[in-house]
Structures are given as C-alpha cells and as structure tokens.
Design a protein around this ligand. Structure first.
Ligand code: PMP
Length: 366
C-alpha cells in the first residue's frame, strides 16, 4: 500500500471550485487498433529518429545548464515553417512555444483570463478549453453550435458581442466534430470579439482552408493562432505546441510562463523533427484520402457522418453510444466516446487500422 493512502481527495484542502471535477481522461488502453486520440498513425522515419537522437545527445552534454528560456532557435524554425505553410511573413518574435498546445492555451488564459474574467467557446468543442479555464479560474461561457454541429456565424458573433468575454475560443477544424471555418467567417467573429480570440488550429494541416494566420496583420491586438506538432507532425510524444500572434502577445505570455518551461531536450528534438517536416507531412494527403474513404464507407453502411476537414470523424447515430464504444473495444478497436449523445469519434489510422475499424463497424450494436 502506498504511504499516505488513507487520505482521500475529499480530505484535502482543495480549492472549492475544483471539488467534484473530473480530470481529462482519454483511456490509454493497450489494444491492437488505437484510434482515440487523433494522433498520426505513422511513426517517425528512421532518418528522423537518428536526427532527434543525435541532437538530443548533443543537448545532453549541456544538461548542467538551463535551456534557452526563450527558445529562440526553435521559434526561428517554427516561424520559417509557418511562414512557408501560410505565405505570411513571420519571425521568431511572432512565435511562442510550449509543452503542447495545451500549455500554450493555459498560458493564454493565465495572461488574458483568470479570476473575474470569462472565456467563451462553441460546444461541442475541445474538452480541454473549459478544463484549462477551470484550472486558471477563468469563468467558462459555453455557446451553442447548430444541431448539425456547424457554427451559425451571425448568431455566434451576436453571442460574442452580448456576452463580451475576455477570451473567445474558436476551434477550426473543430474537435470533435471536424468542421472548419472560412476566413470570412473568422473575420466576423474577430470583429465581434472585445478581447482576444484564440483560433485553435491543432488540425490545420489536414484542412483544405487557409490558416487564420493570414488575418494576423489586420487584427494584431486580438488574434492568437494556436498550433501543435502533435497531429500532422507525428510528434505527440515530443510535446510541442506553439502560437502565432503579434510580438506584444508573446511579451504578455513571458509574464506568466515558468522560467525554462521547455527543456533543452524538447527544444533539440523539436528542431530536429522540424527539419524533417516535408517527409512527415507527406502523411497528411494519405490520411485525408483515408478519411474520405472512411466517411464514404460509413455513409454506405447507413451511419450519419459529420463532414470532416481533420484526421478524425464524428459519426452516429447510436441508441447507446457507450455500449457501442464497448462493442468496438471488444473487437480490439479503441475509439472515443466524446460525450455527445448518439455519437462516437474515430481517428483516421493506417489503411489496415481503418479496415479493422470498418470491419468492426459492420458488426457493432447500433
Ligand atoms: N487543441 C485541440 C483542438 C486538440 O484536439 C488538442 C489535442 N487533442 C490540443 C489542442 C492539444 O494538443 P497538444 O497539447 O498535444 O498540442
């Protein structure tokens, strides 16, 4: 028995606003087909693994020293990547990096949210937005999407204008529903926002729409574009998220970030992985084609499938989504119950994994 086991969570002097909350908890189960956390199913190439290993070895020789607190070389590399991906001239001053985009979002709420302030998001969306709001004691204002999960932009702009939140989250493509927004719609939302607006572009590389980065020049005091290397870059285990914004936004985050938050090993590994961007991102087109195949086959089987611009698909309709989720698991296929009535979400995997998922889909209880 571990020392201290007789003390329970309820016995601790926990903040009242955290009592009764549940932590983020996508199950991490060891099953043959894991399609539940929107990772890239393709492992890094041997060349990338070698390069990361060499760079990490070089960084290890300096581990008695703190890392570059401002991660300037990494931010230079991220700026070069994002500038070439979006056509927008960006420099290290426009970029900030952290341990996953979750930490980016937390720093944004530490700086622009907090006690007495509010963040608004359009649900269903990424479940961590309200959890990070709770952790930073930012009030959470959920606003609705349409019944088909698309965003009624005129209505959303009206909600933003009347609720006047300090921070607005717009996820595009939206997790867990998959739809993305055109720049014209984003412009309407940005103009309605009185404070900052975070466009969470974790899945941007899978989308056919242009990035919100293209709107930064027109809205430097409001817009923050959050991105990650966890999805298209196949670097979820490396933990590297970043944002693009005006340099003043980065100045704001410097006030709340912990010194040396990004380890020397993380910075070295991420830079090595970025050098292999062309080969890694080669999987994006394959995954988009597989997504379209999964959508077509599910549709042919009579499922209701939400159109997706990302590397996952939300589908239904199930009498009891939890029971159907279990019935996939019994067939060795782990997908995600995101808590939307009648629906489940599946991540696009390799063709073999998708075949296994589709075979299970023919058999599960609906
Ligand atoms: N935003 C969205 C919309 C996501 O789906 C995720 C990952 N599930 C993240 C942010 C955070 O990812 P990470 O911390 O790995 O960058």
């Amino acid at each position: 028995k571990p020392v201290g086991e007789r003390v329970e969570l309820a016995d601790l002097p926990l903040r009242d606003d955290l009592r009764g909350r549940t932590p983020y908890g996508a199950p991490q189960l060891d099953v043959p087909v894991r399609l539940n956390t929107n990772e890239n199913p393709y492992p890094p190439t041997p060349g990338l693994v070698d390069d990361v290993t060499k760079e990490v070895a070089a960084a290890a020789a300096e581990l008695h020293r703190y890392p570059d607190r401002d991660a300037v070389a990494l931010r230079d590399d991220l700026a070069a990547y994002l500038a070439s991906a979006t056509g927008v001239p960006l420099t290290a001053a426009n970029l900030w990096a952290a341990n996953g985009s979750n930490e980016i979002l937390q720093q944004v709420l530490q700086a622009f949210g907090g006690p007495g302030r509010t963040a608004l998001g359009f649900e269903p969306s990424y479940s961590m937005h309200p959890i990070i709001a709770a952790g930073t004691r930012t009030g959470w204002a959920p606003a609705p999407r349409r019944a088909d999960f698309s965003l009624d932009v005129a209505r959303a702009a009206g909600t933003i204008a009347s609720a006047a939140p300090d921070v607005v989250f717009v996820t595009s493509p939206n997790n867990p529903t998959g739809q993305s927004l055109p720049l014209d719609d984003l412009r309407v939302l940005i103009e309605a926002a009185p404070g900052v607006i975070v466009v969470d572009e974790a899945y941007a590389e899978f989308s056919s729409r242009p990035s919100a980065v293209g709107l930064l020049a027109d809205h430097p005091a409001k817009l923050i574009v959050s991105r990650t290397m966890s999805k298209a870059f196949a670097f979820a285990g490396g933990r590297l998220g970043y944002l693009a914004a005006a340099p003043a936004v980065v100045d704001a985050l410097l006030l709340v970030r912990l010194p040396y938050h990004l380890s020397a090993l993380t910075q070295a590994a991420a830079r090595a992985a970025l050098r292999h961007a062309p080969e890694t991102l080669g999987s994006v087109a394959k995954l988009a084609a597989e997504r379209d195949r999964v959508v077509a086959e599910l549709t042919a089987m009579g499922f209701a499938v939400v159109p997706s611009d990302a590397n996952f698909v939300l589908f239904g309709w199930f009498e009891d989504a939890r029971a159907t989720w279990r019935s996939y698991l019994e067939r060795g296929v782990l997908i995600r119950d995101v808590g939307i009535a009648g629906h489940l979400r599946v991540t696009v995997g390799t063709p073999e994994e998708n075949d296994a998922f589709l075979a299970a889909s023919r058999e599960v209880d609906r």
